[in-house]
Design a protein around this ligand. Structure first.
Ligand SMILES: *Cc1c(COP(=O)(O)O)cnc(C)c1O
Length: 466
């Protein structure tokens, strides 16, 4: 499979190249040149497969030319063997219509493990072939950092530098990063916000003094391989609920539009998806874009669902590209306008295309808390504040009662136990797999938000390309 940039001028790459590059050199994001499509019979034949086998089947067309299906199966077996539940992403029934897809059984308690456990193995595989070294630089508001660090700790040819805003991540999130003492893991707490950390990372990708010496790689969801791995659990859930003979709707707690875009990809591949509900918190740029076509960046308001406190959703660009006739030149102009003015109006084709599959809902603090209470009091399920936005959106969606609605449970309730306790009066216990997290030694470097100081730190500790 070949990968092309959404902005039309970067060279096409194979799967291995797109995985290692992360961002395209023209500032765009890589997407497959075309969507592979499964027939109804092919989808029916996937029913009942163990998760690792289903994953290899669904992803095989995307990795063709870079990995055989046999090798891919070895990697998915290793990645998903580390999950605490044999089903990897088990499905739980809440009421007649609503289901919960539990994506938090990986090592760091959020759905990001599903993709990052595999991505760590893919990096190692492709770097081993070229003999090159990779310097991963990322910014995190909590969940991506811990999942990425767990996935690459101790791996050959990889260094990871993870920036987080000092004092603004939860104690569980911080310790999941800073107690990993492998020598290739470098935690940096910066003075400033998540957006400041993110801006530093973007600047480093464009700093030729750095990119000339180091292979700078990405682990956030601009990396195509992450979205690809997330397509699999849409198939897993829908197959259990009767696909391809029955349609299924999904409600997806959304920040950077990565997880829900994976649902869009599943639909393009032939999975019968009735609707994708984009669930936002009060940081509702996507809800506004999908209801009125107005994509304009506001101020970020901190909420109890911090991984959705985002005002610019990077992966929305991939949808706009696909819906706008895959015209990279036109999209590059549209995105340049947005970057200059912080505002863009969707075209009619983009609005109508989105409306055919997506709807959206915004959840405020009181509604979030009510949804957590509903899960506990009516279904006996603890749900985290991110998942609560999905539940609120699902229950107010008005979808035909004969169609199952699956809400993606993106984090374990214990990862956000203070908020869950405030809503239910019960404190969720940490699962045993996090072990003695609160006893372990922490290691972290504190730096000011100054770009030069951060670049100097990375340059002093990273291994050059090779
Ligand atoms: C990252 C994250 C989200 C948002 O996912 P996107 O792919 O960025 O839309 C939602 N919930 C949790 C718990 C997360 O960690």
């Amino acid at each position: 499979m070949e990968y092309i940039s959404t902005r039309g001028s970067a060279p096409a790459l194979d799967f291995a190249g797109a995985t290692l590059a992360g961002l395209a050199s023209d500032g765009g994001l890589y997407v497959p040149r075309e969507w592979p499509r499964f027939s109804s019979e092919e989808i029916a034949a996937m029913a009942g497969l163990p998760y690792a086998e289903l994953a290899a089947k669904v992803m095989a067309p995307f990795v063709a030319g870079s990995l055989t299906e046999e090798r891919l199966l070895e990697l998915t077996t290793e990645a998903y063997g580390r999950f605490a539940h044999k089903a990897v992403t088990p499905l739980v029934q809440l009421d007649e219509q609503n289901w919960l897809l539990e994506l938090f059984h990986g090592p760091t308690l959020a759905f990001k493990d599903v993709a990052l456990q595999l991505l760590g193995l893919l990096f190692e595989e492709f770097l081993g072939r070229t003999g090159q070294n990779l310097t991963i630089v990322g910014a995190t508001s909590g969940d991506t950092g811990s999942a990425a660090i767990d996935a690459v700790a101790g791996r050959d040819r990889i260094d990871i530098f993870m920036l987080h805003p000092h004092g603004r991540v939860s104690d569980v999130q911080r310790r999941q990063m800073t107690t990993v003492l492998a020598p290739n893991v470098h935690n940096i707490a910066i003075d400033g916000s998540f957006d400041d950390a993110q801006a530093t990372v973007k600047r480093m990708f464009n700093d030729t003094a750095m990119t000339g010496r180091f292979n700078i790689g990405a682990v956030n969801s601009i990396n195509w391989a992450r979205l690809m791995a997330q397509v699999v659990y849409y198939f897993a859930a829908a197959l259990q609920l009767g696909a391809p003979h029955r349609k299924v709707a999904f409600s997806v707690p959304t920040g950077n539009f990565g997880d829900v875009f994976a649902g869009y990809v599943a639909a393009q591949m032939g999975l019968p998806v009735e609707r994708l509900i984009v669930a936002t918190n009060v940081n509702d740029i996507l809800h506004r874009a999908l209801t009125s076509g107005d994509y304009s960046q506001g101020e970020v308001t901190p909420t109890a669902a911090p991984s959705m406190d985002i005002q610019v959703s990077s992966n929305f660009e991939r949808l706009l590209f696909d819906l706008g006739g895959r015209d990279g030149k036109a999209l590059a102009e549209q995105m340049a306008g947005f970057e200059a003015t912080k505002f863009m109006q969707l075209t009619n084709a983009q609005r109508e295309g989105a409306a055919a599959l997506f709807s959206s809902a915004r959840t405020d603090a009181a509604e979030m808390s009510a949804a957590i209470r509903w899960g506990w009091e009516h279904c006996g399920e603890m749900i985290d504040p991110h998942t609560a936005c999905g539940i609120h959106a699902a229950r107010t969606s008005g979808i035909d009662p004969s169609i199952p609605v699956v809400t993606l449970a993106t984090a374990h309730p214990a990862k956000f136990r203070d908020a869950v306790e405030r809503s239910t009066g019960h404190r969720p216990g940490l699962p045993s797999r996090v072990g003695d997290l609160f006893e372990r030694e922490e290691r972290c470097t504190e730096l000011s938000g100054d770009y030069a100081a951060i670049a100097e730190y990375v340059a002093a500790h990273a291994v050059p390309k090779g």
